[in-house]
Write a protein that binds this ligand. Sequence first.
Ligand code: CA
Length: 231
Amino acid sequence: MPKVLIVEDEEPISLLLKYNLEAEGYSVEVCGRGDDAELLLRESVPDLLLLDWMLPGLSGIELCRRLRMREETERLPVIMLTARGEEAERIRGLSTGADDYVVKPFSVPELMARVRAILRRASPEVVSTTLRSGDIELDRETHRVRRNALEIHLGPTEFRLLEFLMTSPGRVFSREQLLDGVWGHDVYVDERTVDVHVGRLRKALNKGRAKDPIRTVRGAGYAFNDQFAMA
Ligand code: CA
């Protein structure tokens, strides 16, 4: 299980990140101060650090600079989070040794994709790129989906939808939660769009006599039925 440390003083943001990372199977720790984070990182080094720029105690930039000077953390993957979008600040952030840079407000699916990409590069052994359930196999790296060893062709939205549902098998998501998780917070899409894409995903997945792995929960939303293979 890859370990992620979030250093962020804005609780709504750290909670949102923690929730989404845990849903993807990461082990997450949260710290609200730069100086506390420095102490934590002396005790144990995670697989990835999500680091806010403006922090009480010690700034994210200064913490990142210090981490790069210590042998134990010089190669620790760091994604900087910041409200500053100016090009000069961006360059300053990267020049202190951050591996990537995300400007708030960010899209959660995009940030998750960057976390995966960086972890795959830095520690491929801790990141599994394949999700499996029953006869369905989804490779997050190559974006390939197979069912019963046959390739299934999905559009990009259907792929992300299936990926999202498969990361939390059994859990029922409302249309609104699916919109946030798959399309992102900052995108305005009608909730009926979710139904349209679920319909397309089903059509692609359930050719012939295959069992439907997606469960419609009346009045609630949709879930990936992790029992479907045994039914
Ligand atoms: Ca902050």
